[in-house]
Design a binder for this molecule. Structure first.
Ligand SMILES: C[S@@+](CC[C@H](N)C(=O)[O-])C[C@H]1O[C@@H](n2cnc3c(N)ncnc32)[C@H](O)[C@@H]1O
Length: 260
C-alpha cells in the first residue's frame, strides 16, 4: 500500500490547487495538439491533476490515471467520471509497459520527490522517445518556514529533508533535489523547459491540514531519534498555536513543463 491515505490527499488538495504555477500550466496547455486529447497521469492518487487541469482544458480530455494504490484509483474514478480510465501499476517495475506513444501528453503531481535518479532517467527516456509534453507539478524542493518560528523548526526541517532522501520504492529518493534534476534531464534530451514556484502558503484557516502535516514532522523527528524533550515542547507549542489560529507556514515546491 502506498502510505498516502485518501484523507491526507483530500486535506492537501485545496492547497495544491491554489499553489499550482499558472504560467507553467499555460505553457503545458499551449504545448498540446488542438482538439480532443488523451493524457496519461503518473502516480495519480485520487485524481488531483484531473481536478486541476479540468478548468483549463475546454475540450474533450480522456485521462489514463495510473497508481499502485487501487483504493486511490477507485476514488479518482468515482470523482472524475466517464472520461477517466485507471490502471494499477507499480511505476518502478512497470514504467516501460505504459504506452507513452498512445497519449498526447504526460502529467504527474506531488510525485517526483519520491523518485530516484535512475527512475527519473528512465522517465525522461520514455517521454523523450515518445516526444510528448510533460508536466510535473508540486515537487517538494526542501524549503519550509513557519510564522511564528520555533527554535526546533530548523533542526526538524533538516531531519525531514534527510528523511526525504530515503527509499520510497525507487531506490534512494532525490527528495528536494528531484525537480532540479528532472528538468536538467529533460533539457539534456533537447526539451524546452519552463519552471516556476508552486509553494503552499498555508494560513491558520487550514488547521486540520496543519495538525496532520506537523504530526508527520513529529513522527519523522522520532524516527530520527531527535531529543524527545525538545520534540515534545515543539509539538506542544505548534499544536497550541494551530488551535489558537496563530500558525502559518510556507512549503516550497517547483512546477515544470518540458516540451519536445
Ligand atoms: C503524494 S501522492 C500524490 C498523488 C496525486 N498525484 C496528487 O497530487 O494528489 C503520491 C502518489 O504516488 C503513488 N506512488 C508511490 N509510489 C508508486 C509506485 N511505485 N507506482 C505507482 N504509484 C506510486 C502513491 O500511491 C500516491 O498516490
Amino acid at each position: 500500500m502506498s502510505g498516502f491515505s485518501s484523507e491526507w490527499l483530500a486535506l492537501r488538495e485545496p492547497l495544491d490547487l491554489d499553489a499550482r504555477n499558472r504560467d507553467v500550466e499555460d505553457a503545458f496547455v499551449g504545448g498540446l495538439p488542438p482538439g480532443p486529447v488523451r493524457l496519461l497521469d503518473l502516480a495519480s492518487g485520487a485524481g488531483s491533476t484531473v481536478a486541476a487541469l479540468a478548468p483549463r482544458l475546454d475540450r474533450q480530455v480522456d485521462w489514463l490515471l495510473t497508481d499502485y494504490d487501487p483504493a486511490l484509483l477507485a476514488i479518482a474514478q468515482d470523482r472524475r467520471g466517464d472520461r477517466v480510465a485507471t490502471r494499477q501499476v507499480d511505476l518502478q517495475a512497470d514504467l516501460e509497459r505504459l504506452r507513452f506513444e498512445d497519449v498526447d501528453a504526460v502529467t504527474t503531481s506531488a510525485f517526483l520527490d519520491l523518485a530516484s535518479e535512475p527512475f527519473l532517467r528512465r522517465l525522461a527516456e520514455r517521454v523523450a522517445a515518445a516526444r510528448k509534453p510533460f508536466l510535473a507539478s508540486l515537487t517538494y524542493d526542501g524549503r519550509s518556514s513557519f510564522a511564528p518560528a520555533h527554535p526546533m523548526d530548523e533542526r526538524l526541517l533538516e531531519g525531514l529533508n534527510r528523511h526525504q532522501r530515503t527509499d520510497k520504492g525507487f531506490g534512494p529518493a532525490l527528495g528536494p533535489d528531484a525537480a532540479a534534476r528532472a528538468l536538467t534531464l529533460f533539457e539534456e534530451k533537447g526539451f524546452k523547459v519552463l519552471s516556476g514556484p508552486s509553494d503552499w502558503e498555508i494560513t491558520p484557516a487550514s488547521a486540520d491540514f496543519l495538525m496532520e502535516f506537523l504530526s508527520g514532522w513529529l513522527r519523522v523527528g522520532r524516527e530520527l531519534s531527535l531529543p524527545e524533550d525538545a520534540l515534545a515542547s515543539w509539538w506542544q507549542d505548534r499544536q497550541a498555536r494551530i488551535r489558537a489560529g496563530e500558525l502559518s507556514m510556507m512549503v516550497g515546491h517547483i512546477d515544470f513543463v518540458a516540451l519536445p
